[in-house]
Write a protein that binds this ligand. Structure first.
Ligand SMILES: [Zn+2]
Ligand SMILES: [Zn+2]
Length: 345
């Protein structure tokens, strides 16, 4: 059974499964244009997911071969995974923001030694304990070059330029740059009257930026080749305000379900992050390393039950929050500490 929903006005969505993932599915949106269907995201690269996407397109009255273009909200594999297969089957172009295209290019270069060396230095500097470093070394030796899974995401052939309309014959779809979840995340604003006449301005394809019931992961933009001190949480909060001001009539996210009242959801998320930053300041009344902070933060389960790879993600999220506090002048690094500790001001 194809999981297809018709949102009206030449927009449909297909629920494409993500194997072994609590998120369950990616919503691939299909936008009709005068030159054929354009997909917003494609879903996870897996044979079963591919079949669901193909069946869903059939249910939309089209075929994969007719796809005119693919617009990617961000490079994560649950969004960009099947893009290469869609392009192979149809000759469609693939568009992505240049900051995420740079990440795709690096992933394709696949230099695991450089990546592990970078991660090891970072973890030591964050105060990671020896047991965690041992797990990192084990993960590295389990993945010697040549034994890496064939992870080679498709290189996009078009750039999504912030603020500009995409070349979609017969449609008005504008790119809104919303960095935070990834440096090149974009939302796509369909600047057309809502088909059911809902109040507000058009419809927003929000990717992972704005979701109805979960907050996206905001961690550091880990890049061995970029020494810029980025502030992903600051980027994300600014991007939230940007899409709130658009006041779309309806939001079509890449997970869960469509929803209205984007400004209300933006306010909830801003309040959530403000509360979280306030909690962190309380924890930082005594100096802590980023690792110690991650151990003490609230997660969806106790720290000792969080497996090794998820701890890296949690640490990255803790560091993104500390960086925001430092940038706001609400915390600072303790001079001369090694590994570096942070304290509230
Ligand atoms: Zn994502
Ligand atoms: Zn996602």
């Amino acid at each position: 059974m194809a999981q297809m929903t018709d949102h009206g006005g030449g927009v449909r969505s297909i629920r494409v499964p993500i194997p072994d993932n609590p998120l369950g599915t990616t919503l691939v949106h299909v936008v009709d244009t005068d030159r054929g269907p354009v997909l917003i995201d494609t879903g996870w690269d897996d044979p079963a997911s591919w079949d669901v996407l193909a069946d869903g397109l059939t249910a939309c009255g089209v075929s994969v071969a007719e796809v005119h273009g693919v617009v990617i909200t961000h490079h994560h594999p649950d969004h960009h995974g099947l893009s290469g297969k869609v392009r192979d089957a149809s000759g469609a172009w693939i568009a992505m923001h240049e900051a995420d295209t740079a990440i795709v290019r690096r992933a394709r270069e696949s230099r695991p030694d450089r990546w592990f060396a970078y991660m090891a230095d970072k973890l030591v500097a964050s105060g990671a304990p020896e047991e965690h470093m041992t797990l990192l070394r084990e993960a590295r030796s389990a993945r010697r070059p040549g034994t890496l899974p064939g992870f080679s995401p498709a290189l996009p052939d078009r750039e999504i330029v912030p603020g500009e309309l995409l070349e979609l014959p017969g449609r008005r779809l504008r790119a809104i740059w919303t960095p935070g979840h990834t440096p090149g995340h974009v939302c796509l604003h369909l600047e057309e009257t809502h088909p059911a006449g809902l109040p507000g301005h058009g419809r927003l394809f929000s990717g992972d930026h704005l979701l109805p019931r979960i907050t996206p992961h905001i961690g550091l933009y880990e890049d061995p080749d970029d020494a810029t001190v980025a502030d992903p949480l600051g980027d994300y909060l600014d991007s939230l305000e940007r899409v709130g001001r658009l006041d779309p009539a309806e939001v079509l996210p890449a997970h869960q379900h469509a929803f209205t009242d984007a400004p209300g959801r933006v306010r909830e998320l801003l309040a959530h992050h403000e509360d979280r930053l306030t909690d962190l300041l309380t924890l930082l009344s005594t100096p802590l390393t980023a690792w110690q902070l991650a151990e003490r933060m609230e997660w969806n389960r106790p720290w000792d039950q969080i497996p090794f790879p998820s701890r890296n993600i949690a640490l990255s999220e803790a560091e993104a929050h500390v960086r925001r506090l430092v940038k706001l002048g609400r915390a600072e690094a303790v001079t001369g500490s090694d590994p570096v500790t942070y304290v509230a001001l």
